[in-house]
Every structure is written in structure tokens, then in C-alpha cells.
Design a protein around this ligand. Structure first.
Ligand code: FES
Length: 114
């Protein structure tokens, strides 16, 4: 095991967006069938347009976040502890602007906490 906490902190990493793209072969809803890939693409594009993708803001495609819905994807932003469900691609600009500011300058673990 290798602890890399200081290295990550020094890299400028500030926030982590998790996007569920989980699929399941059952009667229960899963994000893969509820725009998961499209939401992931929209999150990535929004962050790239502002120059913070994988520099200040990391993005991870995840398995189930426990907020399953047939109406949209689950998204979490950490370490802020913000959770969303039913996210569709058209929601992404407002969601990320609300979290990070329109120009993605509201970054860091203390930003957005209240
Ligand atoms: S399948 Fe996405 S939150 Fe459960």
C-alpha cells in the first residue's frame, strides 16, 4: 500500500463528481437505462469547457449509488456530500453551475458547504 494523500492534494485536486452508469438485468431501475452515459458525457464536457476536468475536478463513473430511478441518473459531488437523482443531460449545466459556479471557480472542500 502507498498513501498518496499529499500528492493528490498538491496536484490541485479539489472536487470529485461521481456519475452512476450502473446496469442491472432485473425489473428494478438502473442508471444505465436512465441516461447514465449521456449524463457522464455532459458532466465531462461541462468541466472540459471550463478547463478543470481532471485537474481540479475529477470524474468517476460508478456503480450503484443507492439512488436508483427510471427517470434519470444518480450523481454525487464529494467531499461536499451533495447527492442528486433523476438527473438528465439537460440538468447538468444547472447542477454543476450551482455547485461550482458558472465558470467553475467555486472549488474546494469548503466551497458550497453550509
Ligand atoms: S443504479 Fe444508479 S444509483 Fe442505483
Amino acid at each position: 500500500m502507498r498513501e498518496r494523500t499529499a500528492e493528490v492534494a498538491e496536484s490541485g485536486f479539489r472536487d470529485h463528481v461521481l456519475v452512476c452508469t450502473n446496469a442491472r438485468d432485473s425489473e428494478y431501475a438502473a442508471c444505465a437505462e436512465a441516461h447514465g452515459d449521456e449524463v457522464l458525457d455532459a458532466v465531462t464536457a461541462w468541466l472540459k469547457e471550463r478547463g478543470v476536468f481532471w485537474s481540479a475536478v475529477h470524474v468517476a463513473e460508478t456503480s450503484c449509488l443507492g439512488l436508483c430511478s427510471a427517470d434519470g441518473t444518480a450523481v454525487a459531488i464529494h467531499p461536499r456530500g451533495r447527492w442528486y437523482s433523476d438527473v438528465v443531460p439537460g440538468d447538468v449545466p444547472d447542477l454543476l453551475s450551482g455547485a461550482f459556479g458558472a465558470d467553475a471557480t467555486n472549488l474546494g472542500s469548503q466551497a458550497g458547504l453550509s
